[in-house]
Design a protein around this ligand. Structure first.
Ligand code: GLA
Length: 383
């Protein structure tokens, strides 16, 4: 029998030989296996659209593209380790053009509504294209963040991707050349970290959000009414018949808007409560309880059958909880799945809707010389 030391030396020698035999490409791929992988996904506006895949040590896989900054899929394990895609979306770029529900997209320049498509800033009135009755929703009509090609690059030394977009002065009626960058980074803690950064050369309102529709049981498998939701919000901003905030910050206590303790989304969704009737379900901005301006837990969703949990943290003042009321079966998504009413829900971290017309709401005005920065984290786990 060979002495143990000799065995160790031989094994080490053989391993060394094996490693030398690897091609440089193989070595690179194993060393950098947690960096974004890029593949081409088509063209729009004569520009290349690229799809980036991020994977982590637990097999979580997130895909996002530079068309609309869209997150196309998020595959996370259930309590038994079984992976499923938990966001609504499409398998091809064509599926997203057009994308009326804003599936997975970055929305802006002003996420959510601006009443009557108009606001005043520094004494000047601005008029925006209307696309939601009398309002402007998610930035306008043509060149909104969800339907343009962004510049793209994989993050160096990080498991992430950066998308950048220059929204030109006057685009969709907004003032100033706005340079915006969003980064998606996947951590081994199963957190997707979303950072937004922007500068402008003229004062402008800005409100950006991520419009992913979640179904933690797996996209296309049914409605989301059985998910248990906790919203860290003692108040919400009630809306008028056009879904514009009235200005009131109303306590949720004693109403079907109270998610301060985990409650099934479907438990009260069709109650005869004026705000639910107006929204055709939940489509409201909740005022996140916070001490100071840092990262705070905004929401936690739990799907009992799979055990999957999503936690949303943010530095923003609000979160729009939208229960997918306008999905109506006209969009067919991945694997031929038909997205029916309430098949997905959104937790859109944001400033309050229509803030430019509500001086009492936290300001959304970015001025030259300032840098806009905001962060949201989607954390996935099971229980
Ligand atoms: C936001 C709005 C909703 C709806 C969706 C997209 O959540 O508040 O009313 O427009 O976006 O359909």
């Amino acid at each position: 029998m060979m002495p143990r030391r000799l065995v160790t030396v031989c094994v080490a020698f053989l391993l060394g030989l094996a490693l030398c035999g690897l091609s440089p490409a193989q070595k690179t791929s194993s060393k950098h296996k947690h960096e974004a992988q890029k593949q081409s996904f088509g063209t729009r506006e004569g520009r290349a659209v690229n799809l980036y895949t991020l994977t982590n040590a637990h097999g979580v896989e997130i895909r996002a593209m530079n068309y609309g900054g869209i997150i196309t899929s998020i595959r996370v394990p259930d309590r038994k380790g079984q992976l499923a895609d938990v966001v609504l979306g499409h398998e091809t770029l064509e599926g997203y053009t057009p994308n009326p529900p804003y599936l997975g997209a970055v929305v802006g320049r002003y996420a959510n509504r601006i009443a009557n498509g108009t606001f005043m800033l520094d004494g000047k009135t601005y008029t925006l294209p209307k696309n939601d009755g009398p309002n402007t929703l998610h930035g306008g009509v043509k060149r909104t963040f969800d339907k343009v090609v962004w510049d793209d690059e994989a993050l160096q030394g990080n498991n992430g991707v950066a998308f950048s977009y220059l929204s030109k002065d006057g685009e969709e009626g907004f003032p100033g050349n706005l340079k915006l960058k969003v980064t998606y980074t996947l951590m081994d803690s199963n957190e997707l970290v979303i950072n937004y950064e922007a500068t402008t050369d003229k004062a402008t309102p800005i409100n950006v959000s991520q419009h992913s529709y979640f179904n933690l049981a797996g996209e296309g498998t049914g409605d989301i009414l059985g998910h248990e939701l906790m919203l860290n919000a003692d108040r919400f901003t009630p809306v008028d018949k056009n879904l514009i905030p009235t200005g009131e910050l109303r306590p949720v206590k004693g109403t079907p808007m109270d998610f301060t303790t985990p409650t099934k989304i479907g438990a009260r969704i069709d109650d005869n409560y004026e705000q639910l009737v107006l929204g055709k379900g939940y489509d409201h901005n909740f005022v996140i309880n916070r001490k100071g301006s840092g990262m705070t837990l905004a929401a936690r969703a739990y799907e009992p059958a799979s055990g999957r949990v999503l936690e949303v943290s943010t530095d923003q003042p609000g979160v729009q909880f939208y229960s997918g009321n306008f999905l109506d079966g006209t969009v067919t998504g991945k694997q031929g799945h038909v997205y029916k009413r309430r098949y997905g829900f959104c937790l859109e971290t944001q400033h309050f809707p229509d803030s430019p017309n509500h001086p009492d709401f936290p300001s959304t005005i970015l001025r030259p010389g300032e840098t806009f920065h905001t962060k949201t984290v989607f954390k996935f786990s099971t229980r």
